[in-house]
Ligand binder design. Sequence first.
Ligand code: PHE
Ligand code: ZN
Length: 879
Amino acid sequence: MRTDTPQTIYRKDYTPPGFLVETVELGFDLDPQRTIVASRLTMTRNPESKVRAIELHGENIVLVALRMNGKTLSKRDYRLDDKLLVIPNAPDEVTLEIETLTAPVKNTTLNGLYVSNGNFFTQCEAEGFRNISYFPDRPDVMAKYTVMLRADKATYPVLLSNGNLIEEGELGDGRHFAKWEDPFKKPSYLFALVAARLVCQEETFKLADGRSALLQVWVEEGNLDKTDYAMQSLKNSIRWDEERFGLELDLDRFMIVAVGDFNMGAMENKGLNIFNTKFVLANPRVATDIDYAGIEAVVGHEYFHNWTGNRITCRDWFQLSLKEGLTVFRDQEFSADMIGTDSGRAVTRIDQVRTLRQAQFPEDAGPMAHPVRPDSFVEINNFYTVTVYEKGAEVVRMYQTLLGRELFRKGMDLYFERHDGQAVTCDDFRAAMADAGGRDLTQFERWYSQAGTPVVRAEGRYDADAQTYELTLTQRCPATPGQENKLPFHIPVAVGLLGADGRDLHLNVDGLDAVTAVLELTEASRTFRFSGVKEAPTPSILRDFSAPVVLEYDYTDTELLHLFSHDSDPVNRWEAGQRLAMARLLKLTAAVAKGDTLELDTTFIEALRKILADESLDAAFREQALLLPSESMIADQMDVVNPQAIHQARQFVRRTIGGALRADLRAQYDANQTPGAYSPDALSAGRRGLKNLALAYLASTSSEDSIALAQAQFDHAGNMTDRVAALGALIHAGAASAQAALQAFYADFDNEALVIDKWFAMQACAPATDVAAVRALMRHAAFNLKNPNRARSLVFTFCVGNPSQFHAADGSGYAFWAEQVIALDALNPQVASRLARSMDRWRRYAPALQAPMKKALQKVAGVKKLSNDVREVVSKALA
Ligand code: PHE
Ligand code: ZN
C-alpha cells in the first residue's frame, strides 16, 4: 500500500524483458509464521531487449540472501526498494540464488502465499508471485519450474505443486518433503503450491491418444461426498476439448483443489487448478441447479485454460482477454454442448445475454469503461472485468459467426500451430483467424480498442410492388472516458424475416438463400435489400444475439407479440417478451413516481399465459420467457433512476401476473415436479426452474394458499434447489412463517459454509431487509468479513442486489457501503475494490441521492492508506 498517487501503466510502453529465465528451482520451508523461500534462477540476456539491468519484482517479502554466479552480492551491487530489485551490472548468463522470508498466516489479501483454515495455498495471477520471491513477474517470462516443498507431516500431509511428482520422503523432525517438476515452460502467474490436510477423489482416465492421466479432486475430509460432479465435469471437459478442438491433456496428472478463502472463482495454475469451494463442492442436499451449472462451467473454464492461457499465454496483462475472452467462449460452448439440444443451447445463450446486459453494458457506460484490450490501468486486478471476460467472449464468438464454425476451427488450429509455447497478443489471435478464414479483419480490431456498447438502429421499408424489403442499419457508439469519438465497428447482424403466418421467409440478399442472413455492417450506415419478399415481413434482427450491441427498432406491440409467439430464433423470441415487459415496467415506474394508479394490460398477460402453457417449448425456455427484467436492468433504461419506484412497479407486475395466471401457474407447478432421485441435468433443472418460478409468482400475491404451498415445499424438499426456492418465496411474500423457516434452515446446515452463504444472501436481498437488519446480521457469530464468500453473501448482496433498500432516502446504505469498503480494504484490497464498484453509476440517480453517494465516495477517497485497487475505482467514479 502506498499513500502517494498511484502510477498508471500504459500498453504503449511495453518493452521486452532484459533477461529471460530458463529454469527456476524453488525450495519452500513452510511455516505459517516464517516461511523461507529459496530460489535458483538461471537467466540469459534477452537479445531483443534494450534493458541492460536485471529487474526483479518483489513486494511484502524480506530479502535474506542474494548470490549471483556463486558470489554473495553486497548492497552496492544492487538497488532495492519496496517493489523492485535491480542488478545493474550483470553478465549475459547468470545464476541467481535468492532467499526470502514471508509470514503467510498474516496474509489476509489471499494473494501470494497464504493460510486458509490452517492450510497453505498460493494465488499468483496476476502479480502474486512477487509476494513469494523476487522474480521478473511478468507473463512474457516463461520458465521451467522444479519445486521442493518441506513441511510438518502431521499438519500438512499433502504437498502439491505443478506438474509431476518426482520424489517424496521423510526429513526427520516430523517433517517431510515432496519434489515436483513441471515439464512445460510457464509464466510465474501459473505457479502454485498447496500444503494441507486434505483428501481426494481420484480416477485414472484414458485420453484420446491412448495415454492415461491421473485426475484428482482435493477437499477437506468432510467434503469428500461433494466431489462427484466436479470430477464428472473434469472428465467431460477433457473429452470435449479433444472432440471439439482436437486439444489433449498434456500432463500425466491433473489436480483440482478446493479452498474456502478465495478472491475469485478459480485459478488455472498448470496441472494444479485451485478453486473456490463454491465451484467444486456439490451434492443434492447442499447445492442448487445453478451451483451445479456453475461447477460445470468453471471446471471447464479452468481446464480449457490449459491450452488457451497456459500453452499460449499473454505477452502482457493488457492482452488479458486473449486468454479470458477465448476461454469464456470455450466454456460457454462446452456448457451448451453438454445440454446437446438446440433449445438447451438457446437457453444458455439467453443467460449470456442477460449477464451482458445486467453487468457488462453498465460497465461499458460507466466511469470504469474500458476496451476489451485496455490501454492503461493503475491496478491490473481491477481489470478482471465483465468487459474483458464476457464481452471478450462475444468478440471471439463474432469470429465464429463471421467465419462459420469450420473456418473458425481452422483459425484455432493455426493459432496453436503458430504460437504454442509463446506469450502473444490479441493481434496474433486475430491474424490467425484472418489468415485461416481468408478474410480482412483489420476493422474488426476496433472491438478490442474501442470501449462502449455500440447502438445499431434498424429501419425497415417494404415495397409491395417491387417485392423488396430494405433494412437500413445505422451504428453509433457513445463516448467513454478518454474516447470521445468512435469509428464504425465490423458488426455481424443476423436477420430473419417472419411472414404473417409466423414462419420464416426465404431470404434473398447478396446472393444468399437461407432463413437467417448474417449481414455485415462495417460502415456508419448501410441499406441491405432483400428481394422476392412476397409480403410485408416482421424483422427478427440480431438473432442469437449475433453482436454485443444495443438494437434500436421501433417495434409495435403487435410485431413484438408476433415474434414472441412465432420467432424460430429462440433468443429473439425471448427478446420480444423482454421488450414487451420492459416497456410496461418503464411506464409503470413513471406511474408509481407520479402516484398514478397502476394497470397491466391483458394482452401482455395473455401472451405470457400462452407461452407458459406451450408444451412444445422446454420448461427452461418458458422460465426464461416469464422472467422479468431485473430492477437494475430497468434502472439502466432510465435517465434518472428512482430505485423505489422501480421496485414497486416490478412488484406490482409480479403480483398482477401471479394473480391473473394463478390457475395456469399452479398447473405448471404440478406438472413440473421432478420425483425420484435428484439429477442436475438440464431437462430436470429446467422443470424445477419453471416450477419454482411459478411458485415465486404465486407467492408474490402473498395469498394464503401460495404461502402454504411454499411452506409445504420447504418442509418436504428433497434437494437444495427446491428448498431455497421455497424459503425465498416465504421471505419475499413476507410470510409470518419465514423467520421460523430461516431458523430451521440454519440449524440444518450450520456446518455447511456454502449453504450458510445462501442463508445470508437470501436475507440480504429481501425487500424488508434494511441497513439496520444487515448490520444485525453482521453481528451474527457466523459472519466473517475476512472470508470473501461470506462478505459477498451479505455485504455485496445487499449493496448490489437490494437496490430499493440500499438506496434508502436517508443515505444510510451509502454510509454503510463506505464503511465496509474501508474495512475490507485494510484486509483484502481486491475484494474491497469489487465492492467499491457498486457505486460506479452514482451520477444517474436523482440529485437527492447523488449528494450522499458522492459524500460516501469522497469519504473512501479521503482515506490516506488506501490500496491502489480501491483508489483507482473511487477516483475514476469521482472524476
Ligand atoms: N484466471 C482466473 C480465471 O479466469 C481468474 C483469476 C484471476 C483468479 C486472478 C484469481 C486471480 O479462471
Ligand atoms: Zn479464466
